[in-house]
Design a protein around this ligand. Structure first.
Ligand code: 2P0
Length: 364
């Protein structure tokens, strides 16, 4: 509990005179793909069920936070996305910084500039809140540590970064940790918490440490229902209580599969969760669909291919129409052949993002 007190207790507002100078911090942080999905939350940004994700490598955000001393009151922020001012993102980040300033009161003593770049094309329609908010939270923790030396303990640093990332976007809490992360209290993992994610690296069989996730881009259109609205609709979804109970049961089974290296069981759970997530969308009031015809066609093709060739390749879906192909390294040649021969016609401009499980964020 001592650590908890440390992440809640605000950093000092008064900056030591010898540290009150311009500086910058710089992080890269990846996206993650949930296998057990977070869908439904309660205030403030707390999950209704624990979620578990694999941390990706190529789909990442690079963020530089620069700061210089100022005398005026209030939060001051300039925001650049891909080198251009981005007023909509600036509004969101400003709102976020206001919401976390009780933990980071020193932010108001500086003029802040955030410059951010995504490694993946924005035309791909890939949600980037996990990589973006985790990269920003890591920058905030680095800034705090530079000013006060208060986060020199790596595990405390990660915990606070995950806690702050969560307040920006729930799924971002999980991107702080490499390989695999769990966010939300789960009886099987004593250190788990609703407030921040924890690393599952030590509970992962080696087969999952370089697992592949090829992200097949089916559509880049803006989603008709945002994730924020989707979470909200869970509040009135009649199946919500059953959903939260099932997610908890599945988590236990997934933890066993992950430690045993049971790829088939892992894949079965990933697919159940993907379809259940979209089933929840279809049973919301009002109901909605994020899958496209191509999404369903790819799933059908994949299932037939798997049965025919006995190759362990599975799918999951995020809150959108794109399909994530999950498979172990040893079958990459087979899966890429199948992708080019059978799935290419369903992809937008033949686009897929080859991604895989990785070590997590990196300070630049
Ligand atoms: C997840 N998703 O576990 C689930 C599964 C999408 C599908 O969390 O409102 O952007 O910022 O907490 O994290 C997407 O929602 O939502 C999401 P907020 P977030 O990854």
């Amino acid at each position: 509990m001592e650590d908890l007190k440390d992440i809640f207790s605000p950093a000092p507002a008064e900056v030591p005179a010898d540290k009150y100078e311009a500086g910058s911090v710089h992080w890269q942080s990846p996206s993650n793909i949930a296998i057990i999905k977070y869908w439904g939350k309660r205030p403030v940004q707390l999950p209704q069920n624990p979620s578990l994700s694999l941390t990706l490598t190529n789909a990442r955000t690079e963020t530089r936070l620069s700061y210089e001393p100022k005398d005026s009151d209030g939060m001051e922020l300039e925001f650049f996305f891909d080198g251009e001012p981005a007023p909509r993102f600036r509004e969101r980040v400003l709102h976020y910084l206001e919401s976390v300033k009780t933990y980071l009161p020193f932010l108001e003593r500086f003029r802040l500039t955030v410059q951010t770049v995504n490694s993946f094309p924005h035309s791909a329609g890939i949600a980037s809140s996990a990589s973006a908010m985790s990269a920003l939270a890591l920058c905030l923790c680095s800034m705090e540590d530079k000013l006060f030396g208060s986060l020199s303990d790596d595990s405390l640093f990660d915990k606070k970064a995950s806690f702050l990332a969560r307040l920006g976007s729930g799924s971002a809490a999980r991107s702080i940790f490499g390989y695999a992360a769990l966010w939300g209290q789960a009886s099987r993992v004593p250190e788990s918490s609703d407030l921040f994610a924890v690393s599952l690296e030590d509970r992962l069989h080696p087969v999952f440490k370089n697992f592949h996730d090829d992200i097949l881009i089916v559509s880049a259109d803006e989603k008709p229902v945002s994730s924020r609205a989707g979470h909200q609709l869970m509040d009135t979804n009649p199946y919500a209580p059953a959903r939260y109970a099932r997610a908890k049961q599945r988590l236990d089974k997934l933890l066993d599969a992950l430690s045993a290296g049971d790829v088939a069981r892992f894949g079965q759970i990933a697919e159940q969760e993907a379809l259940e997530l979209h089933g929840l969308m279809m049973t919301s009031e009002p109901p909605y669909l994020l899958m496209q015809p191509e999404t369903v066609a790819i799933i059908e093709r994949l299932r037939r291919y798997r049965e025919r060739e006995d190759i362990p390749v599975f799918f999951t879906l995020d809150a959108g129409p794109n399909v994530h192909l999950l498979y172990p390294e040893e079958v990459i040649a087979d899966v890429r052949g199948f992708l080019q021969e059978e799935l290419a016609p369903y992809l937008l401009n033949n686009t897929f993002i080859p991604d895989f499980v990785g070590e997590g964020p990196e300070e630049v």
